[in-house]
Design a protein around this ligand. Structure first.
Ligand code: AMP
Length: 414
């Protein structure tokens, strides 16, 4: 393994066509999975993989090689440490020159990507209180790389960083100010790399004169929407934690804050039980009683399942209502960008969300909308629409690699 920032190029031996020059390793360590990507400096080539079911008998690594061939490595019972060791072994030959981590919660301190040192690592650990599932996994990822490659520079790109431009009217809660001043209780926002990536891409693709005002709707298993004006987040739907805002796969999104005390009095539920219910048993799963996966729910709804139909109706209504309210944050409204597994693939969901926003003069081409699925990128507004409508597949790994190189002062070589 090279420990310097020297030039290194790797080609697929069979075809010689894939160039992986000076790659950056991107690690996204979640609570029970690790997504990774090795991305060339010109962003044209990548090796990707996923370690999943960590801690279970079915733990495995699904790895896509440079030539596109897929392999699966079983690591029964393996946790983060073992998975990371195996991933680093698989990638060792490619001499990556930097590692970029997706960090979930960076608190108030980090407004941009930051190079890892002892202080940053201790902050990632300390902020476990705000992201109990993700920050400990982030720290394990950093330490695994440090242990094997102490000289490779590492960077953390926090999900919260992009939203540090929000003004106080958007990020404060109307609660006693000492809770903000002493305890840093405020809205932080998440999915920052995705909102940053798609809004920047939207501004590169549109013909509209800038500065642009985008509403970005990241709709996947986790869902959030952001108002991005002139490249800056001005408001977003997630808050202190990723539970606030839109209805999601298993998360409720907004509920009456009085719900907790009511359930405690009514059912004797503990705060932990209520937290688990709102994070893991609610949203599309809670309403449909079937699944957190929209494909399953759409199928059931088409067969007349009433709860599945209500789950879809509620999901679309809440997204449309949130987008309408977030439009208040921006001086101009250029358009809406849909992304995430649902936003990129479900044309019917996009259409129904836009129907909810019926007072905005939005008009779209139904056929064009239907064609934008499965990774397609494009716009689908009609000529007489008040705003633009885009589907832009998100690429958080690419954005993390870009920010990592920037934070380390590594220039892109064309
Ligand atoms: P993500 O978390 O971004 O991977 O998105 C996961 C969500 O995208 C799940 O709810 C999936 O059901 C949904 N999804 C993925 N593909 C489709 C599709 N073709 N149609 C509808 N929903 C989809």
């Amino acid at each position: 393994m090279s420990d310097s920032l020297s030039n290194s190029t790797f080609s697929d031996q069979t075809t010689g066509t894939h160039q992986l020059t000076n790659p950056t390793l991107v690690l996204n360590c979640g609570s029970s999975s690790i997504k990774y990507a090795l991305i060339s400096e010109d962003e044209s080539t990548r090796i990707t993989g996923l370690a999943e079911n960590l801690g279970l008998d079915t733990a495995r690594i699904k790895h896509t090689k440079l030539d596109g061939k897929k392999i699966e490595i079983s690591i029964p019972g393996g946790r983060h440490k073992l998975a990371l060791q195996k991933i680093l072994e698989l990638l060792e030959q490619y001499h990556f020159i930097a590692v970029g981590h997706r960090g979930v919660h960076g608190g108030r301190e980090y407004s941009e990507a930051v190079r890892v040192d002892d202080h940053v690592l201790s902050e990632v650990k300390r902020l476990k209180i705000l992201a109990p599932l993700h920050n400990p996994a982030n720290a394990l990822g950093i330490e695994a790389v440090q242990a094997i490659y102490p000289d490779i520079p590492q960077v953390v790109v926090f999900d919260t960083a992009f939203h540090q431009t929000m003004p106080p009217v958007a990020y404060r809660y109307p609660i006693p100010k000492a809770l903000y001043e002493d305890e840093k209780i405020r809205r932080y926002g998440f999915h920052g790399t995705s909102h940053a990536y798609v809004s920047e891409r939207g501004s590169a693709l549109t013909q509209a004169k800038g500065p642009h005002g985008w509403l970005t709707a990241h709709l996947g298993n986790g869902c959030s929407a952001t108002a991005v004006y002139d490249g800056k987040s001005l408001d977003t739907s997630m808050g202190l934690t990723p539970l606030e805002g839109l209805m999601m796969g298993t998360r409720s999104g907004d509920v009456d804050p009085g719900l907790h005390i009511h359930l405690k009095r009514l059912l004797g539920m503990s705060l932990e039980e209520i937290d688990k219910m709102l994070n893991s048993e609610s949203g599309l799963l809670g309403i449909s009683g079937l699944s957190n996966d929209l494909r399953t729910i759409e199928q059931a709804a088409s067969e007349g399942h009433a709860d599945a139909q209500l789950a879809i109706d509620m999901f679309c209504y809440r997204v449309g209502k949130y987008l309408a309210s977030l439009s208040c944050a921006m001086p101009v409204f250029t358009g809406i960008i849909f992304t995430g597994g649902i936003g990129e693939n479900s044309a019917t969901t996009r259409a129904r969300i836009l129907e909810v926003m019926r007072h905005f003069g939005i008009k779209f081409d139904a056929e064009k909308n239907k064609s934008l699925v499965g990774g397609a990128e494009g716009s689908f507004q009609s000529a007489d629409s008040s705003i633009e409508l885009w589907v832009i597949p998100t690429d958080e790994e690419c954005r993390i690699a870009q920010e990592t190189r920037q934070a380390l002062g590594l220039e892109r070589v064309e």
